[in-house]
Design a protein around this ligand. Sequence first.
Ligand code: LLP
Length: 421
Amino acid sequence: MNDSAFHSVDGVMHVEDVSAASLVEQFGTPLYVYSRDALTRAYRAYADACANRRATAHVAVKANSNLAVLNVFARMGAGFDIVSSGELARVIAAGGKVSNTVFSGVGKSATEMCEALELGVKCFNVESIPELHALDAVAGSLGKRAPVSLRVNPDVDAKTHPYISTGLKSNKFGVAFADARAAYRAAHAMANLDVVGIDCHIGSQITEISPYLDAVDKLLELVEQIEADGMKIHHIDVGGGLGITYDNETPPDIGRFVKTVLDHIDARGHGARDVYFEPGRSLGGNAGVLLTRVEYLKPGEEKNFAIVDAAMNDLARPAMYEAFHRIVPVVERAVVTAQRYDVVGPVCESGDWLGRDRDLAIEQGDLLAICSAGAYGFTMSSNYNTRPRAAEVMVDGERARVVRAREEVAQLFAGESVLPD
Ligand code: LLP
């Protein structure tokens, strides 16, 4: 197999050893396709860099929660980072260990806390004092102790899109840096909580290491204060957020990123503590594509449109963040000349676009691959316009398996009913 999981063989895109065109023949479009090899390599880069360093990668389930994808990571011994009971259920169904799962999120309900505590999650990443009280009450009612870390907002600029930057003062996330010491004291005073760690998550699609080092410095400053107050911080969780190449970004590679962060913590004299990472996008992002068929080519006065059968409900990122995804023909055409198109879906919104001003040599009926769609792709998809969600396929060498069947229209309103009179 070629070095990259997604590559061209005689002008036809292949995913590992399988032609993308044959996948569409078998499974139709729109179709999410993941490469087991690409997922494995990305996770292994984290695992190798963490080996012998008291460091662990907890896979952020929200980026791609397909059971087969989670199972690939679980088999390699990954931990997980969840934000809901639903994600916890997926981790368990995929063979992941609850005892190696951290529970993040700004609005955990009492029911979710109860479930996670009964099942034995490793740590609750708590985001406010009211949430500490709620967790304390739940733990007390179950006669258990809850392991907690506080998500501290270090107020550093992750230099990414405002919608996915989370470490600034103006964000809803975490406890403000200035309030963190008092929040830890409050946690310490609660009868049913065990303070075990500290965490932050400064944003997503971050392409530089320096914001992480700034955040770590601020956390370590707090760790010293918290320990002076009589608590022991066993672990430092630096969150997720490492970026990938969608276009021409040049993020650090995973190994260098992990090593630089760990070396920095060591150099500051904190090497004896456990360090957690919560990667999402950097594991799955470039391990998946979305395949779609060109329904119509529609010339316009100002723009030409390639109307495809995937839409904003399948891949929301362009509509939500004006995100760029490379779009390439599955079969290269030598005889057709390229024209400039906006690649758009059939949904009734002007915001329903997947790529703008793309030079493509295509004809009606051709297949396109929307690249870097393995993270925040399917997980953010919806049924808007009563569109069944796409099928998901995992390629493993020469084999391809459906890992989620295409939805049927009848499933979409199976839970609905009309009034009886
Ligand atoms: N940990 C926490 C607490 C998070 O909130 C997130 C992502 C992660 C870890 C994983 O971050 P990653 O390594 O994937 O950057 N939908 C947006 C991204 C939202 C990220 C939300 N939090 C997008 O499509 O760009």
